[in-house]
Design a protein around this ligand. Structure first.
Ligand SMILES: [Zn+2]
Length: 125
């Protein structure tokens, strides 16, 4: 009698283990699919955003410059020329105004000459 009970218990145990194994496998697959979906959505959105942005902007302006639609190519060249002057030169001075000290933004943090003189550059275009 106890042998039969042991046999039944063994079968039940195997079935339970198999059930757990299957549920874990299914859960793992669902988890991987969920993660893949979560990763794919922002990556896909970012990729589409990049494609749209690259098509709208000429490559020279893609480096964070504000979009100036309706301007001629000459204005783009002039912007590039002016922005090229607003850099730290070899002597560590601001190429735009010649200041030897680092420019700071409105919060007191060091900023690039390009950002600091942005309004002046825009005014000269
Ligand atoms: Zn300066």
């Amino acid at each position: 009698m106890s042998k039969v009970v042991l046999r039944v218990a063994q079968i039940v145990g195997v079935l339970v283990l198999a059930g757990i194994a299957i549920s874990v496998a299914v859960g793992l697959v669902q988890w991987i699919l969920g993660i893949a979906l979560i990763v794919a959505i922002p990556v896909g959105a970012y990729w589409i955003y990049k494609q749209v942005k690259a098509r709208k902007q000429p490559p020279a302006l893609a480096a964070g410059a504000p979009v100036t639609l309706g301007r001629s190519g000459g204005a783009t060249d002039r912007r590039a020329e002016l922005e090229g002057r607003a850099v730290i030169d070899a002597a560590g001075r601001c190429g735009w105004c010649g200041s030897a000290t680092l420019h700071k933004d409105e919060f007191g943090f060091p900023t690039t000459p390009l950002k600091y003189h942005r309004a002046e550059i825009d005014a000269m275009l």
